[in-house]
Design a protein around this ligand. Sequence first.
Ligand code: ADP
Length: 513
Amino acid sequence: GMTEMVRKITLSRAVRIMQNLFPEEYNFYPRSWILPDEFQLFVAQVRMVKDGDPSWKPTFIVKPDSGCQGDGIYLIKDPSDIRLAGTLQSRPAVVQEYICKPLLIDKLKFDIRLYVLLKSLDPLEIYIAKDGLSRFCTEPYQEPSPKNLHHTFMHLTNYALNIHSGNFVHSDSTSTGSKRTFSSILCRLSSKGVDIKKVWSDIISLVIKTVIALTPELKVFYQSDIPAGRPGPTCFQILGFDILLMKNLKPILLEVNANPSMRIEHEQELSPGVFENVPSLVDEEVKVAVIRDTLRLMDPLKNKRENQSQKLKQPAVKEEPSDSEPASPSDANPNPEAHLPSICLKQVFPKYAKQFNYLRLVDRMANLFIRFLGIKGTMKLGPTGFRTFIRNCKLSSSSLSMAAVDILYIDITRRWNSMTLDQRDSGMCLQGFVEAFFYLAQRKFKMLPLHEQVASLVDLCEYHLSLLDEKRLVCGRSGTSGGRAPDSGTPQEAAASAPLAQGTPPACTNSAH
Ligand code: ADP
């Protein structure tokens, strides 16, 4: 699901949900609109701000949804400049506020590519590489004006574009040229008195918050392939985060790459038309460490080796060497990594979990959603699943009848299905469920700010479901058996509901109701 999650539109949607809940915490992502669906909204909102503040002269950047390496990107000064003809319908895009005042080095705009290891989704484990790449533009920066809007080498930092500029300089050290290490930039900023610890901690916080925005839907993808709570495959992923530093040093998220390039060579033109791959010092410096340390952290044999060396350290129990298991290298050397450089991937989650856990509200909504999903492999909630959710969480009342619940389901599902490209399953997608959840929370807890309304409703749902689980546990112990699991309406939907659902009797469900 990662490739789908980091597409420009999906990422924008996921971050926007978080911006609605926590506007201050998520102000590191430029205000974005999804095209074509939100074109009218984009026009109206820009007009409204302009009317209120005639001195506001914004620039916007239009990025095709499935593009990469700067492909199809252009800048505009006014919504009417969007190239509507034909392309908009066929090519969905994101239009975004353009950050006009980036930090410049040597008068050039640059961005940062940081590598992030998502080691595990549940429990969430995030690592960040201590060093990254800085990729430079090749034409001195000027704030956008109608005259320079089309100057790609001035505004876009993509390596794939700037390599074609006559000004591109292949780096022969980590601190010069058009691609440098991020640590060399930090050194330079530090020598000018910048508080680089603050810059780095803001970046860590941006990365953690972004991953928190992505995990709810990733979990939905994940459970459709990999059943929870059973031994079997687990996944990890190296992500490439593209970040821009503003002049005031605030980091801004540009995008996330699910398949970042791990090339450590670049092409060099030896003579006209004759190219050769030569090692790229800067890429090697950063990427080799990322791959090496990912393998060190993920190595499935590592735990085994560690267990073995634990045993070796306990002389009281003398074990005969087993014929079936060849002696591992760790038998001779208890720490086979002793000769390797220290780990460059730094754990940031759960290390800083305490500071960020309050943001994981949508994650808890996704757990509810998954619980009522039903059939393994599905990612959308059927009408019965939604009704059961309402019933089991005791959300219907005299002012919210089950008929109104059905209408809410149909309304939201129809709208989301017409917006999203994925028409494989019918039913309510996670974002639709989140929208319904927000609506229910607003109705129930009228006076609170949105995130408190939502948090209160999540608490309430979890509370009712835990009561239900307890009842089922008691009933399960009393020996009744057979029937369908209680959290979903149909036998199929029941199959993949809550962990406690397996083998629980229908009689208990009814009594719980
Ligand atoms: P792609 O996947 O095609 O590389 P990006 O979103 O990374 O698309 O955008 C390409 C480049 O455009 C970035 O590397 C950055 O230099 C510039 N850019 C993107 N979004 C913004 C923005 N909101 N403000 C300023 N510059 C941006």
